[in-house]
Design a protein. Structure first.
Length: 351
C-alpha cells in the first residue's frame, strides 16, 4: 500500500504495488459495516411489510457520521398492494439491479427481489462494475434471467460465496436476510444491538392496580362503533392526535366472556398473560422474535350489555410477527364471539 489517491462515496482509493509481480494497482478500501447497515435497514423495512424495489448505490446515502441511509421510496410497495395471490405484479426498478422474477409477468415477492438487488450492490462495490452490464437491454435481461455473471478473482472466497447465494434466479434457493446475517463474511466486525425485553409501561391516566379498576369497562360511542366496522369510513384521524395501530373487532357477547376468551387465546398461543387490569388483557410472548419479544394489548370497550368492541395493539416486537399472530391465532380462536372485524362486513367469515 502506497499513497492516497482519492475518496468516493463508499471508499478510499490507494496506489499499491503487487510485491510478487511489481505491477502498480489501485486498491479500494471500504468499511464493511456499511454493507451490514444496508441489510439491517432492509430487514427493518421488510419487517413492516415494505419492499423498496429500487435498491441501487444512487439511493444509498451517508450522513455526517458515516451512517448509511436508504432513500427514494417512490417505487416501494406496501402489504395492501399485493394481489390475491399474495404477490406483487408491477414491473419496476432500475434494469441493471432488478431481480429476474420482476421482469417476468407471473408475480413476485418484493422482499426477495430486494435481496437480489443487494447482491448486485455488493458485486458493484467489490468489483467496481455491474455484473449484468450490456449495451443491449434485451441481452442484459437474458444475462439476468440466467444469472450469467463472472466474479472477479480478486474478491475473497467468503465474499464470492455470499454473492453467489444472493444472485440466485430460483427465489426458493436465494439466501434470506437471517441467513445473510449468519454468513461468515458478513459477520466480520458486526456489532449486534441488544434486544430490550418487552415491557408494559403505564400510560398517562392508566391505573396501576386492580384495586383501582373501574366497575365497568370503557364506553364506546356510536362514532367509534361505526368507524370500527368499516375501514373505509374510519375518520378517527381527523379527531385524534394519534391513532393506535392494531386490529379491532365488534363482539356479540358480554365483556366477561370476551375477557375469558382472550386469556384462553393467549395461553393456547404460548403467550403469558401479564395483567388484565382496567379491562385490558396484556399478553407477552415467551421467545425472542426478529425485533425482540412480541407483546400485545387487547382492550375491551362496552357498547351495550351484549355488544362490545375489542382493540388489539402491538406494544413491542416485530410487525409481521404481530400480523401473523392476529391472523393465525387470534381470529380463528375468537370466531364464535366475533360479530365483525374492522374493514369486513358482518356477513364475512373471520379468516
Amino acid at each position: 500500500m502506497q499513497r492516497f489517491l482519492g475518496r468516493g462515496n463508499f471508499a478510499k482509493v490507494f496506489k499499491a504495488t503487487n510485491i510478487t509481480t511489481g505491477e502498480s494497482v489501485a486498491v479500494k478500501v471500504m468499511k464493511k459495516e456499511q454493507f451490514q447497515q444496508l441489510i439491517s435497514a432492509i430487514d427493518y423495512c421488510h419487517s413492516r411489510g415494505v419492499s423498496h424495489r429500487d435498491l441501487k448505490p444512487e439511493n444509498l446515502l451517508l450522513d455526517e457520521n458515516g451512517n448509511l441511509k436508504i432513500s427514494d421510496f417512490g417505487l416501494s410497495a406496501l402489504p395492501g398492494q399485493r394481489w390475491n395471490d399474495g404477490l406483487l405484479h408491477t414491473q419496476c426498478g432500475t434494469p441493471a439491479y432488478v431481480a429476474p422474477e420482476v421482469l417476468r409477468k407471473k408475480g413476485y415477492d418484493g422482499a426477495k427481489a430486494d435481496i437480489w438487488s443487494c447482491g448486485v450492490i455488493l458485486f458493484v462495490l467489490l468489483s467496481g462494475y455491474l455484473p449484468f452490464l450490456h449495451e443491449n437491454l434485451m441481452k442484459m435481461y437474458v444475462k439476468i434471467f440466467k444469472a450469467d455473471y463472472k466474479i472477479p478473482n480478486w474478491i475473497s472466497k467468503d465474499a464470492r460465496d455470499l454473492i453467489s447465494r444472493l444472485l440466485v434466479v430460483d427465489t426458493k434457493r436465494r439466501i434470506s436476510i437471517p441467513e445473510i446475517m449468519e454468513n461468515r463474511w458478513f459477520k466480520v466486525g458486526l456489532t449486534k444491538p441488544v434486544a430490550i425485553p418487552a415491557a408494559f409501561p403505564e400510560e398517562e391516566g392508566e391505573r396501576g392496580s386492580s384495586s383501582s379498576a373501574p366497575h365497568s369497562p370503557p364506553f364506546f360511542n356510536a362514532f367509534d362503533l361505526i368507524s370500527s366496522m368499516s375501514s373505509g369510513f374510519d375518520l378517527s384521524n381527523l379527531f385524534e392526535e394519534k391513532k393506535k395501530p392494531g386490529s379491532m373487532f365488534t363482539a356479540k357477547c358480554g365483556v366477561p366472556v370476551i375477557m375469558s376468551k382472550l386469556e384462553t387465546v393467549a395461553k393456547q398461543s404460548n403467550f403469558r398473560v401479564v395483567s388484565d387490569d382496567d379491562y385490558k388483557v396484556k399478553i407477552q410472548g415467551k421467545a425472542e422474535g426478529r425485533k425482540g419479544v412480541l407483546a400485545v394489548t387487547a382492550e375491551v370497550f362496552e357498547v351495550a350489555p351484549e355488544v362490545a368492541v375489542v382493540e388489539f395493539s402491538k406494544r413491542s416486537g416485530d410487525t409481521l410477527e404481530y400480523d401473523k399472530f392476529c391472523e393465525k391465532d387470534v381470529k380463528p380462536a375468537l370466531k364464535d364471539v366475533v360479530w365483525t372485524w374492522q374493514g369486513e362486513s358482518s356477513d364475512d367469515e373471520c379468516r
